[in-house]
Design a protein. Structure first.
Length: 310
């Protein structure tokens, strides 16, 4: 078996995991996800011609294994979000995450990553970063450009993606990763740290998501809670507002609307991405920590807390 397995595949299947849900079936799921991400995402977003029959097949399998009630189906969708989800990052935190220069093992981040599964940050060789063509954009009929904006970080993930997708991915430096993050933020796109139970229950990538192409953002809008807030919300300063409405147009989560007195922020909808604040020509929107939102993914603070607990 070892003779025909590629080194990156062998590394993925032999990598140790602390995830309680990790199993051979889960590893196979992760292998399929990483080996054929474009087919996987196009099926999941409903953009592939096979999406409807595959969805019917999966629903039938779920009915057989659980219950035929619509209630059980809803629970199944929520469980999907528990195992595959993203954490919104302010662009500065995203940059800090790609600039880590030594191995890192942060355990169960229950408060920061408020999901039952897939909430570990275990970075091995964090300087190994691959810029991959975004499967969500690639499956869109009119994709946002550029395509190569998904950042796969650390091993065994970066090596696996590069070995299996040499034409769609390339190795990049930490400096270039920061440049991609800055450029995508300037385009009004959202930085998400993605976690997946089938990817060893860990963080494995930062995606630069646009609301028009991103499957996770579309699912979130449709009631599947796939995204966790950055921990911040936008707070308007009416005295600085120019009433231009750019913030409302730029918000990828449709959390900003305009009134005669200035922008109105829906705190429930606001994910704290900072896109509106960056786009505002009058600097009339500030990002402030919200006490009812989950804490930010602040890598420096998490590392210091981890050290002091040891």
């Amino acid at each position: 078996m070892k003779k025909w397995l590629q080194p990156s595949t062998r590394a993925f299947f032999t990598e140790k995991s602390k995830e309680s849900h990790d199993s051979f079936t889960s590893r196979m799921h992760g292998y399929v996800y990483g080996r054929w991400p474009y087919l996987y995402i196009s099926l999941a977003t409903g953009r592939h011609p096979w999406s409807r029959p595959v969805t019917k097949l999966l629903r039938a399998a779920r009915v057989l294994s659980r219950s035929s009630s619509s209630r059980a189906m809803t629970r199944g969708r929520i469980k999907f979000a528990q195992g595959y989800h993203g954490k919104v990052l302010p662009v500065q935190e995203a940059k800090r995450l790609v600039q880590i220069n030594k191995s890192l093992d942060l355990g169960d981040l229950e408060q920061v990553i408020p999901y039952d599964r897939a909430r570990q940050i275990v970075l091995q060789n964090p300087g190994h970063i691959v810029a991959l063509e975004c499967p969500c954009r690639a499956s869109s009929p009119d994709p946002c450009k550029p395509l190569q904006v998904c950042l796969i970080i650390g091993e065994p993930f970066a090596g696996f993606i590069l070995e299996h997708h040499p034409r769609k991915g390339r190795s990049i430096s930490q400096e270039e990763a920061c440049f991609i993050l800055e450029q995508e933020h300037a385009r009004g796109h959202v930085q998400h740290a993605f976690f997946k139970d089938a990817m060893l229950g860990r963080f494995y990538a930062i995606c630069n998501c646009c609301s028009c192409c991103c499957g996770a953002m579309q699912a979130h809008r449709n009631g599947v809670p796939m995204l966790a807030s950055s921990g911040f919300v936008a707070v308007p300063d009416p005295d600085s507002c120019r009433q231009c409405g750019i913030c409302a147009k730029s918000c990828p989560f449709q959390a900003v609307s305009m009134s005669p007195d200035g922008p109105l922020i829906s705190e429930d909808s606001c994910m704290g991405c900072g896109v509106c604040s960056h786009s505002c020509p009058g600097n009339a929107l500030l990002m402030k920590r919200h006490k009812d939102k989950c804490p930010p993914l602040d890598v420096c603070s998490l590392v210091n807390s981890h050290k002091s607990a040891q």
